[in-house]
Ligand binder design. Structure first.
Ligand SMILES: Nc1ncnc2c1ncn2[C@@H]1O[C@H](COP(=O)(O)OP(=O)(O)OP(=O)(O)O)[C@@H](O)[C@H]1O
Ligand SMILES: [Mn+2]
Length: 542
């Protein structure tokens, strides 16, 4: 995983003004790293649009007129949309280099990511040499860190606004829509890699003796340094923490415990032994009722578990070794992607994803007897297997999800308690889902500084930093389908809840670099996230 090295792509010599990011962006949970300052060019800022009436969206479907998931493009019929539509970012300005479409590039299994010949990528316009220079930039270099230290919660109320833009600043057509990277100065040789998993050898940044030199962008970043013995202990502790004992714990109200866990900025706590027994309960508790769930666009069922707990079941649609070809957002949901993403959320210690387990159900004996009529009506037999097609935006009788005989595997996501209300927000880096149309972020290198950073809800609070975390998370899981995200309504400090991670892990031979566009363009990352990635990488856990 070359993720950390890729992160340096956003800083570049020549942009050495490493002033801290706007103090309007406090990070209540950690410091942030900002390599490239926002460009507060008044003539561009004047073009920004901030029309809250255009930007809040609460409906279940995609409001974007350009959103054409693969099935439509394969010739399916789109239901008519009589609700408010949003502009997804306009067409391709003449002469502007566009990001390539998010195509799946089928790298050979052992081919390293960011191979110079890799053509259709975020870095497509950069000279090969600079890509490798930046990619090899030693992580022990120091940069100037911006310290937007924890500050008190902002007084203003939450807004659902996203900044959907229609006005476009005129730009030189040659401007590339890509992060800036040095093409002139070769960085120093990378230091020898620390042995994976730690050990007695000296760390490259051991003793804080970082190599001289600066990161692209001219800043300094204090990187974590740990003595080998402390580091070894750290690894053990982390493995201990990440390891989870799935065990039965009788006479416990797991659902109530999970409800109590819910916070403004976390779904579940760190180091809680109750998680293992909750997961056991999710896997084994009797299903009292099964229904369709029309929320969202993908096939799923809503289960009501004994003890009055709802959970979403997403059926297995692919075998484990199946590789999704085509666009990075193609294909059905991957139930095992949903499960793995939850565990990544634990590993990163974000704790912002709902709790997910895998579960095998007997459709004939566990589901049909408790299914609502409308769900039952979608059950069919095919080749001796029990199948269903549910009811949702894309649900079709011809696209059945089938079990092996009566047994169906799937993911089960614990429905979050109604302590808070979910609010859906259009992702500013939403894709157009069309090959013939680019979103503005794909063509405008200043998209973040002009259209995102200065506007609510990204101009203050934790939202922008959360969006960076989400980009990192999505890049690792390979989710190029984050068209919307959800937060707690009326909670200014709300986390971005990492809901719906099933469009993930589609192609293990492909890194979809465009998922990192928010980080590359906004050039911002929570320091705790960066440190975490470094720690995990150095210890071979990522
Ligand atoms: N664990 C949960 N707790 C509470 N609400 C949930 C949970 N999971 C999903 N939801 C609600 O149901 C909606 C649909 O779920 P999800 O996003 O997983 O479905 P989807 O079909 O993949 O949606 P989309 O087509 O938008 O990608 C979510 O947007 C959210 O509002
Ligand atoms: Mn989805």
């Amino acid at each position: 995983m070359k993720l950390i090295k890729k992160l340096w792509v956003c800083g570049a010599p020549g942009n050495s003004d490493s002033a801290p990011i706007s103090p309007r962006i406090p990070d209540t949970s950690s410091k942030s790293v900002h390599v490239l300052p926002p460009q507060n060019r008044p003539e561009i800022l004047a073009h920004r649009r901030n029309d809250p009436s255009q930007s809040s969206y609460h409906g279940p479907f995609h409001p974007d007129p350009n959103y054409r998931p693969e099935r439509y493009r394969r010739g399916g019929n789109a239901p008519s949309r009589d609700y408010q539509l949003f502009n997804a970012g306009g067409g391709l300005p003449q002469g502007v280099n566009r990001y390539p479409p998010a195509v799946a590039y089928n790298r050979k299994p052992n081919e390293p990511p960011l191979a110079p010949e890799q053509p259709q990528k975020l870095l497509q316009n950069l000279p090969n040499s600079s890509i490798s220079q930046v990619a090899n930039f030693p992580i022990s270099q120091t940069t100037k860190s911006s310290s937007t230290s924890a500050s008190s919660a902002t007084s203003s109320s939450t807004t659902t606004s996203t900044t959907t833009t229609t006005a476009e600043p005129s730009k030189p057509s040659s401007k590339r829509a890509l992060p800036r990277v040095s093409t002139t100065k070769a960085p120093p040789e990378p230091p020898k890699k620390a042995p994976p998993g730690g050990g007695s050898k000296r760390d490259q940044s051991k003793g804080g003796k970082a190599l001289p030199g600066k990161l692209p962008g001219g800043g300094s970043l204090p990187l974590p340094t740990m003595k080998p013995s402390i580091r070894k202990k750290f690894i053990e502790d982390e493995i201990d923490r990440i390891g989870i004992k799935i065990e039965e714990k009788a006479n416990t109200n797991h659902w109530e415990i999970a409800r109590d866990w819910l916070r403004v900025r976390s779904v579940y706590p760190q180091n809680h032994q109750g998680l293992g027994s909750l997961m056991f309960a999710m896997t084994n508790t009797k299903i009292m009722k099964a229904d369709i769930l029309t929320k969202g666009t993908q096939l799923k069922m809503m289960f009501y578990l004994q003890g009055n707990q709802r959970a979403i079941f997403k059926p297995k649609r692919y075998e484990r070794e199946h590789v999704i070809k085509g666009n990075a957002y193609d294909g059905y949901d991957r139930h095992n992607g949903e499960i793995a993403s939850f565990h990544l959320d634990r590993i990163l210690n974000f704790r912002r994803a709902p709790i997910v387990v895998g579960r095998k159900i007997n459709l004939e004996t566990e589901i049909l007897p408790v299914a609502t009529q409308r769900l039952k009506d979608t059950f069919k037999k095919k080749n001796g297997n029990t199948c269903f097609y549910g009811q949702c935006y894309y649900c079709k009788e011809t696209e059945l999800a089938c079990g092996h005989g009566e047994i169906m595997e799937g993911s089960l996501t614990l429905w979050m308690a109604d302590t808070f209300t979910l609010e859906k927000v259009r992702h500013p880096y939403q894709r157009t889902y069309r090959d013939d149309k680019s979103a503005k972020w794909e063509t405008d290198p200043d998209y973040c500084s002009v259209y995102v950073k200065p506007n609510p809800p990204y101009d203050k609070g934790v939202r922008l930093l959360d969006m960076m975390d989400m980009a990192i998370f999505d890049f690792i899981i390979g989710n190029a389908d984050r068209h919307h995200y959800e937060v707690w309504a009326e909670q200014p400090e709300s986390m971005i809840i990492l809901l719906d991670n099933a469009k993930s892990f589609g192609n293990p031979h492909h890194d979809e670099l465009s998922i990192l566009a928010p980080v590359a363009q906004c050039c911002l990352l929570r320091k705790s996230t960066f440190d975490r990635l470094v720690e995990l990488k150095e210890r071979g856990l990522l």
